[in-house]
Design a protein around this ligand. Structure first.
Ligand code: TNX
Length: 716
């Protein structure tokens, strides 16, 4: 696939693909009616349920006393879903809904019934909502949890707010019956290239759960870092975790055993299975820097912080070194498997240009034996299929349309041949076609982060594929992987270039946004597209309908403080009057007694200051909501807009006034802050408007959000 990474985008092939899909767009009978009902009232569920009937009538309005009844069952996790639901609803409503386990539902309640028929399957559910209550029925807790994700989408967008909002909190009246197309619906996070602190990883898990993602694949090791503590080999983290892609010098850029287990438990509480990946035999510089006898010369290499790929290989060229690698992998995989209750261990296998087939096979044999000895099901990138793999292994396809167009020609790519070999061994597949499902690909030329070796991946492209043709010819015929061997789909958030100015290494750490800023910008709105491919029947697949439904999620993300990318071809709504657009109008912005001000005689380009609040026109700002739910702020005196100087991504850059252009460095997400007031987050940089001090004429800059009062603005 290395060669494929170097290939440019094949436009002809892409067009053919688009045409192939244009033929498959029956409008689901269950899609919500387009007009008739107000935007806020149309339940726009993503992923599209199998069947959804929107009812007339008023829906079910929550009160502070609405009971959450969990019907008694033998499933020990069901009560936890009730508590989770009450917890989800608490911040925005201000209600602490009483959760009780009971054999008899009460009137006017949200009823969670885990005793539904087994025909619903592990994740299916039915949801009925009328003015008299809401009933969710599933066959066990997991189905209830998936149904709760639908239920939250039937409430107004402001339900996602982290602070109390006025309501009313009415669940749209519907009848839904739903179950997933595929049982594996994953997202991969590359914590090796960019370390995600615990809180940010948990936040990512919570967000992905909203879209019924049930698998979190953690890419724990790579050239740029080893992120999981292995007690018996401390150098893996003292040395191997000291780098990231683009910077060096870390001492805590890894998960301790306790932290990893905390993540696994947190994911489990969101009914998500963790798949740990220990990549090899390539992508191993961090291991080679930490453990001498994995190198042919028995000397460690220097830790690596660049962004190249295909640069490393365990030494597999003699029996002694194969034995070293094998015992290393046994220690590592034993440790990781013991901390991972889920069935899988992912053994990587990608991008090994220097390995001979014999060396590669030696790796696969050593790694798979270690995994199966621990009772784990082997996962691997599809290259692993070139070797002998254990029964029931799952290969992850990351090929592209170039591979597909080679099927059946005399020039079939080796990737196609690896897939054939895996299929012959009866492997299952998870589909992550890199030209559709790679969340690190730029959306377009303006995306500040990421790569474009697969060309750009706008939202429409992230949506326009079908797992059953991911390994078929471009005309959709002759899939190498039979339909019944497709376990599901996975989106991959690589992080080699999780910084602005991504075609060269960063020159300053200020080019790095916080990992969550990168992650959310690249993930939303594309992960919901891939989640829908994994969950919804192919018969409902329709981009126009998807983007109409997704449009109503923008205000949800804004309410939740998610730093999403407002893809231009989505008709983003303003939230139907329940949150979005709430700040439109003229306001002052005060922190304590000081207000955001255009300095006296401030020209185009003048840096903003804070001065004592007087309410003069130089302190008044016209808030105008933009299509992405953010706001532009134009000064009433000068007519110029609040702007990050030169579109800078750096902490400390000046906040100035500038001719209004509507570009992302003039768009501000207004989010209620803990401790009072609102933060104003730049859509461009993810940094927040901050004044230097409480003194007069303090200068205003953008800074990482810290919760400081100097970043919390009272909208007057
Ligand atoms: C290919 S996909 C890789 C990763 C990079 C990614 C960047 C795969 C199995 N290997 O090492 O991070 O491209 O898009």
């Amino acid at each position: 696939m290395r060669s494929s990474r170097r290939r440019g985008r094949n436009l002809a092939a892409l067009t053919a693909l688009a045409l192939a899909f244009a033929a498959l767009v029956p409008v689901t009978a269950s899609a919500a009616p387009a007009a008739a009902v107000e935007a806020a009232a149309v339940p726009s569920v993503v992923p599209q349920p199998v069947s959804q009937t929107n009812l007339t009538g008023s829906g079910f309005t929550l009160t502070a006393q609405t009971p959450v009844n969990v019907i008694s069952s033998s499933d020990p996790d069901a009560a936890g879903v009730g508590a989770y639901l009450a917890g989800l609803l608490a911040p925005a409503t201000g209600y602490t809904l009483p959760v009780t386990t009971t054999s008899q539902p009460t009137a006017q309640a949200i009823v969670l019934n885990p005793n539904g028929p087994s025909s619903l399957g592990a994740e299916g559910y039915t949801l009925n909502s009328t003015s008299t209550g809401v009933t969710l029925t599933a066959y066990g807790a997991q189905g209830l949890f998936r149904g709760v994700q639908t239920l939250r989408q039937l409430l107004p967008a402001a339900i996602e707010s982290t602070t109390a909002k006025p309501g009313p909190w009415t669940v749209a009246p519907v009848q839904i019956s739903d179950n997933p197309r595929y049982s594996y619906r994953g997202v991969m996070v590359d914590v090796a290239r960019r370390y995600f602190p615990m809180a940010q990883l948990k936040r990512y898990i919570d967000q992905a759960a909203t879209y019924k993602i049930n698998t979190l694949h953690l890419h724990l090791t790579d050239d740029q870092g080893w992120r999981i503590a292995i007690g018996a080999i401390p150098s893996l983290t003292t040395i191997g975790a000291s780098t990231q892609s683009g910077f060096t010098g870390g001492t805590t850029w890894y998960y301790t055993a306790a932290e990893y287990q905390e993540i696994v438990a947190y994911a489990k509480s969101r009914f998500m299975t963790v798949v740990p990946e220990i990549d090899g035999p390539g992508h191993t510089s961090a291991a080679l820097a930490s453990v001498a006898n994995l190198n042919c010369n028995n000397n460690t290499i220097s830790p690596y912080s660049g962004f190249d790929v295909g640069i490393s290989l365990y030494c597999l060229s003699d029996a002694q070194h194969i034995s070293n690698v094998s015992s290393f992998l046994t220690t590592v995989i034993d440790t990781v498997a013991a901390m991972t209750p889920g069935p899988y261990v992912h053994l990587g296998g990608d991008e090994t240009p220097a390995a001979t087939p014999t060396q590669y096979a030696a790796y696969v044999s050593a790694a798979t034996s270690a995994a199966t000895a621990r009772g784990k099901t082997v996962m691997g990138w599809h290259q692993l299929g070139q070797s002998t793999i254990p029964a029931n292994s799952i290969m992850q396809w990351w090929g592209d349309s170039d591979d597909r167009s080679s099927i059946g020609t005399s020039n079939e790519t080796e990737d196609i041949q690896f897939v054939r070999n895996a299929v012959q061994q009866n492997a299952k597949f998870v589909m992550s076609p890199s030209d559709h499902a790679y969340l690190d690909m730029k959306y377009d030329s303006t995306t500040p982060y990421g790569l474009s070796w697969q060309g750009y991946v706008p939202l429409s492209k992230a949506y326009d594929w079908d797992p059953t043709t991911s390994t078929a010819k471009l005309n959709g015929t002759g899939s190498l992987v039979p339909a019944d061997k497709i376990a599901g789909v996975e989106a991959a958030l690589w992080a080699d270039r999780a910084y602005a100015g991504s075609n060269q290494l960063p020159t300053s750490t200020s080019q790095f946004p916080e990992p969550y800023v990168y992650a959310e910008h690249m993930t939303y709105p594309r992960l919901p597209a891939i989640a829908e491919i994994g969950w919804s029947p192919q018969s409902t697949h329709n981009y126009t309908d998807f983007s109409r439904r997704l449009a109503t999620h923008g205000p949800r993300w804004t309410a939740a403080g998610i730093n999403y990318y407002a893809a231009p071809d989505v008709p983003w709504t303003s939230g139907g009057g329940t949150g979005g657009g709430a700040h439109n109008g003229v306001h002052t912005l005060a922190t304590g007694t000081q207000a955001l001000t255009v300095p006296k005689h401030g020209n185009n380009g003048a840096q903003l200051t804070t001065t004592a609040l007087t309410g003069s026109n130089s302190q008044k700002w016209t808030f105008t909501e933009q299509s992405d739910g953010s706001y532009t702020l134009a000064n009433v005196s000068t007519g110029l807009c609040v702007d990050v100087n030169a579109g800078s991504m750096s902490a400390g850059a000046a906040i100035i006034q500038w001719t209004c252009t509507g570009t992302t460095n003039q768009r501000w997400n207004v989010t209620a802050a803990t401790g009072g007031g609102h933060t104003l987050t730049s859509v461009k940089s993810g940094l927040v408007i901050t004044t230097a001090s409480t003194g007069n004429n303090a200068l205003v800059t953008q800074q990482p959000s810290s919760g400081s009062a100097l970043q919390r603005w009272t909208i007057g």
